[in-house]
Design a protein around this ligand. Structure first.
Ligand code: FAD
Length: 309
């Protein structure tokens, strides 16, 4: 079973990677979607390859993925469907809902897996990706979050649409209430799923200086990322932070500009397919993992690069 976070009338795309992970253990996957427009979102979900059945909980109580209500729903469905594995993306919602579900099921949560070795054995990074742990569980019900960049997204367009079923009503206590969210709006691609990412670091020096990163990103149709130093200095919004305490990305192309390559930054981008580093210090650690390196002052190099592009 895969918990799919609803986003109004659509769903969070991280679920597609969680579905691929679930399919490593079973050909038939049940997807669960909950929220006031879950029935609309379910239509697209039913066409995802590998999804056999979509369970729909159309109820505004499940909007915004509040963990108390959502975990109670998933527990009821686990009991009804008698499933052995419950997956979700390792997103803010997944990290919020799944540990609570695990506690309700008296299981130990298995977080942020990057590979599956068997039905009880999973691989996950620890120490900001500096070591890889293989963990084996003896719990009968496995509650798992999936690092989305480690599993390809399940494709849409399966010829036979999955069956749809209404979830049973669940008497979940509303212990918390959603108040509001402030989401940074952007026309650029979403950082977590973009094919290209251009990131700026402390060397960009100011919010005005960061403009040059946006301009290069726009030339390349890329998402914008940043190091924590750039975020902490207020050069850009903290939703752009890449790394251990930011987003984990694995695009086809990652360009790190004026970023030294601290392990906490690498933890968020080292699985990118092609890494380009621009830094004026030839000994900067980022060059150790870069496929292409350009030693130079970003304020000279970027205008030139932009013009050539
Ligand atoms: P710096 O390390 O200061 O590097 C700036 C680089 O720019 C240098 O290499 C310099 O040579 C180069 N440079 C300077 N001027 C120019 C120029 N004109 N042209 C070209 N190059 C130039 N960091 C993250 O990024 N993400 C995280 O999620 C994160 N989580 C953390 C969690 C913890 C618990 C801790 C302790 C730290 C975390 N950090 C994280 C911080 C991390 O350790 C580094 O401090 C941070 O990544 C450094 O950012 P930076 O590379 O932009 O800055």
């Amino acid at each position: 079973m895969v918990y799919v976070e609803s986003k109004g009338s659509s769903f969070d795309e991280g679920a597609l990677n969680a579905i691929t992970a679930a399919r490593k253990l079973s050909d038939s996957v049940t997807a669960v979607i909950a929220g006031s427009e879950a029935d609309v979102a379910a239509k697209a979900l039913a066409k995802i390859e590998g999804v056999d059945k979509v369970v729909i909980a159309k109820d505004s109580a499940y909007d915004h993925a509040l963990p108390e209500t959502t975990a109670s729903l998933l527990k009821a469905l686990q009991e009804k469907e008698n499933v052995s594995h419950i997956f979700a993306a390792h997103s803010a919602a997944g990290k919020n809902v799944m540990p609570r579900l695990a506690a309700l099921l008296d299981s130990q949560q298995i977080s942020d897996i990057i590979a599956i070795e068997g039905e009880d054995t999973f691989v996950r990074p620890v120490y900001a990706g500096n070591a890889i742990a293989t963990v084996k569980t003896s719990d009968p019900i496995k509650v798992i979050t999936v690092r989305t960049s480690s599993f390809p997204a399940a494709a849409s367009g399966s010829s036979a649409a999955a069956s749809e079923e209404q979830a049973p009503a669940v008497d979940a206590q509303a212990l918390s209430k959603w108040v509001k969210e402030d989401v940074a709006k952007s026309d650029r691609p979403d950082l977590s799923s973009a094919k290209r990412v251009v990131s700026g670091g402390r060397a960009v020096k100011s919010a005005e200086g960061f403009q040059i990163i946006y301009e290069l990103a726009d030339k390349l149709g890329a998402a914008v990322g940043a190091s924590r130093a750039a975020v902490d200095a207020g050069y850009c919004d903290n939703s752009l932070q890449v790394g251990q305490t930011g987003r984990i990305v694995a695009p086809d192309l990652y360009i790190a500009i004026g970023i030294s390559g601290a392990i906490q930054h690498l933890a968020g981008m080292k699985d990118s397919k092609v890494i380009v580093a621009i830094n004026k210090d030839a000994d900067a650690p980022i060059f150790q993992i870069a496929d292409y390196g350009l030693v130079g002052d970003l304020f000279t190099v970027l205008p030139e690069l932009k013009e050539k592009l």
